[in-house]
Design a protein around this ligand. Structure first.
Ligand code: LLP
Length: 407
């Protein structure tokens, strides 16, 4: 197996396992494909949803490409500024955030996308007259799991539909500089239709607001463009998505700019997780391949029952023998990476590649079971570079304090 022109086996030998390995060119290609699909039709701003992967090197690649940023926390905003983004390229969409965080974000010069009328009143006291937009709850949800479906009526996110007009009117009275409208229906949807349903709702609101003298600069369709995780799965047709949504906006409104916030689409398939086989077990009922990455390293299978394709990186193309569960070193039965996969006679020391691990992989990893966070490597032009050192136990202990009397 080669990643960005470099052998996976060599990468694992050089940097150790588990390790996330990202192909730089793939990140660039994904960004260009999605930006190209929309910008053919109208003025487009692609704001990378950096929650998917906030490594500073990945952020720097996207800064070079000209992306903007969708940030959800002051930490994400600060990481993006550190990676060289200017504040005007970042939009902050927090949920249930404190006054202190709102103040810090607005002092950094980053536009705030408000999630509730209550948050608006709080911001009015902190940063009156600032640029804002609003996240609305479109009443349309979509996603690979109920846990990541966000746009449905009653969701914790956004301004409920029947309160949107009043909230914008109040924002105008408060003196805010109102820039746009935003919705995010959920993450990992595979079909175009819910995005169009959401856009219909947004367009109706945009026109109603225009009637009240509130003209918007942009419509932000959120993120959520799904990618195929299974070998036979089809890609969403982003050309069709772009053409449909932009023509709706152009035909039915005066809004000139579309914004979108893809996270998964940009980084997901750029990265594999390499993990070493430590142990093998045949229970008579099930065969287990025990590897050194568990849900501490990649939580998506455990958390959402997500499918990630796996292969033995050092036995590519070999005939498969039996079905195996690929499981990690975490002491919970829910700790697995893959269920019932045919693999070519795995041996201790083999290298398992877990595909499509670039989105919500490292960024959701933890130190559970006192296992330090793993390394990240970037490959470009056949060369591999470390972009995050693996932690040591010193890192695990760093912020812990044992009171004197217990020493
Ligand atoms: N915009 C907003 C406001 C969001 O909340 C999200 C994701 C995105 C954009 C980017 O969505 P994407 O294009 O990546 O689907 N941890 C889960 C996904 C959680 C997504 C949360 N919000 C997973 O591993 O599937």
């Amino acid at each position: 197996m080669y990643i960005g022109g470099k052998s996976a086996v060599e990468i694992a030998d050089e940097f150790g396992t588990p390790v996330y390995v990202t192909d730089e060119q793939r990140v660039r290609e994904n960004y260009r494909r999605i930006y190209g699909a929309f910008s053919r039709f109208m003025d487009t701003r692609v704001h990378y949803a950096c929650k998917a992967n906030t490594n500073l090197a990945i952020l720097s690649i996207l800064r070079e490409e000209g992306a903007g940023i969708d940030a959800v926390s002051i930490g994400e905003v600060m990481s993006c500024l550190k990676a060289g983004f200017t504040p005007d390229r970042i939009m902050y969409t927090g949920v249930n955030v404190s006054d202190a965080e709102l103040k810090a974000v607005s002092e950094l010069g980053v536009m705030i996308n408000l999630d509730s009328a209550c948050e608006m009143e709080r911001l009015a006291r902190i940063a009156p007259c600032s640029d804002v937009s609003f996240r609305i709850t479109p009443g349309v949800g979509s996603g690979h799991s109920a846990k990541v479906t966000t746009g449905n009526k009653g969701a914790k996110f956004g301004i409920p539909l029947d309160q949107v007009i009043d909230t914008y009117a109040r924002a105008k009275d408060l003196g805010f500089n109102i820039k746009g409208i935003h919705a995010h229906i959920g993450s990992g949807g595979q079909v175009v239709e819910p995005f169009m349903d959401m856009m219909e709702v947004l367009i109706e609101l945009v026109n109603e607001l225009k009637g009240l003298g509130i003209d918007l600069e942009f419509i932000d369709m959120g993120g959520g463009i799904g990618v195929p995780y299974r070998p036979q799965e089809e890609e969403m047709d982003v050309e069709e998505l772009a053409s449909n949504l932009t023509s709706m906006i152009e035909e039915e409104t005066d809004v000139k700019t579309i914004m979108l916030e893809p996270g998964r689409y940009i980084v997901c398939d750029s990265t594999v997780l390499l993990t070493r086989v430590n142990d093998l077990k045949d229970t008579g009922v099930k065969r287990y391949v025990g590897v050194d990455a568990g849900f501490n390293t990649l939580v998506r299978p455990t958390m959402y029952d997500s499918y990630h394709h796996v292969a033995l990186a050092n036995r590519m193309g070999k005939a498969c023998t039996s079905k195996y569960d690929v499981v990690g070193p975490i002491c919970e039965s829910g700790d697995y990476l893959a269920h019932d996969r045919v693999l070519p006679d795995p041996q201790v020391g083999d290298l398992v590649a877990v595909y499509d691990a670039g989105a919500y992989g490292f960024s959701m990893s933890s130190r559970y079971n006192s296992r330090p966070l793993c390394a990240e490597v970037l490959v470009n032009d056949g060369k591999a570079e470390l972009i995050r050192e693996a932690e040591t136990m010193e890192d695990v202990w760093r912020h812990q304090i044992v009171p004197e009397r217990l020493r």
